[in-house]
Design a protein around this ligand. Structure first.
Ligand code: MN
Length: 268
């Protein structure tokens, strides 16, 4: 793991970012319609994710999350894990909580819930935008990866689902998206298989392999880009394996994906 972060030299990160930024600049220029008025009433902080071994940060535009992308998890959520089209929801950008590897970050137990769940997931970061992206070219759009937690107020998510209402209150609350620093795909390769696990207080709770995803990252990028124009700065939570479960204050969560820095949070 250390060797991977070491190989992401500052120069390498700069080159990768510069190559991908060509698209970012073009995208911004066409998307902006504010005109010459540059002063704003107040400043809204942008959200960034550090890139491991680099001074450069990744600016976040949107957070997409795929639901029920491992068969066993789909079953435990009461679904039929047939290969129906993947579905996506979003979290707000500022839900991100950056977690530095080698440290234990305090993660606040949120309000309103009595059943707060972990979901460990591979996160893919988009460096080049596009629409109607072919599966065969989809990974060219993925700049980097990290390990993330899709923290969930399960009781509220279920209640809203039962009433056929949106999931926002269960999924899209403050700091519901802890994640580690990005590792550039140019250094790590793309993640199509490898162990993914999560421990609570030292005990394995979730344990699976990335090759058990129903829809691969490439397929997710392709499908998403048919519904939304993907842009540099978008990230995708690629779904969680089975055995999601609750945590309480004081619990330590450790998250692992082969080839990526591990992250740890303590529920505070
Ligand atoms: Mn999830």
């Amino acid at each position: 793991m250390k060797s991977i972060t070491r190989t992401i030299t500052r120069r390498g990160a700069l080159q990768a970012a510069a190559a991908m930024t060509t698209g970012a600049v073009a995208g911004c220029a066409t998307a902006t319609s504010a005109g010459p008025r540059t002063k704003t009433l107040f400043t809204v902080a942008g959200t960034t994710i550090p890139i491991a071994g680099s001074e450069i940060a990744f600016p976040v535009r949107r957070i997409y999350c795929i639901g029920r992308n491992y068969a066993a998890h789909s079953r435990e959520m009461g679904s039929d894990p047939s290969r129906e089209p993947p579905f996506f929801f979003q979290k707000p950008t500022d839900a991100i909580q950056n977690v530095a590897p080698g440290q234990v970050a305090d993660h606040p137990y949120p309000t309103l819930t009595k059943n707060y769940h972990y979901e460990v997931e591979l996160v893919a970061a988009i460096g080049k935008g596009g629409r109607e992206i072919a599966i065969e070219r989809a990974l060219d759009h993925v700049l980097a990866y990290t390990v993330g937690l899709d923290m969930t107020r399960r009781d509220l998510q279920r209640a809203m689902g039962d009433e056929k209402k949106p999931w926002e209150i269960g999924k899209s609350f403050d700091r519901s998206a802890p994640l580690g620093p990005l590792s550039l795909a140019s250094a790590t390769g793309h993640f199509t298989q490898g162990a993914i696990w999560l421990k609570v207080n030292g005990q394995i709770k979730q344990s699976a392999n990335l090759d058990q995803m129903i829809w691969s990252v490439a397929e997710q990028v392709s499908r998403l880009s048919a519904a939304f124009e993907l842009m540099p700065g978008d990230i995708i939570y690629s779904g969680t394996p089975e055995n999601v479960g609750p945590v309480v204050r004081g619990d330590l969560i450790e998250c692992h994906i082969d080839g990526l820095p591990e992250i740890s949070v303590r529920i505070a």
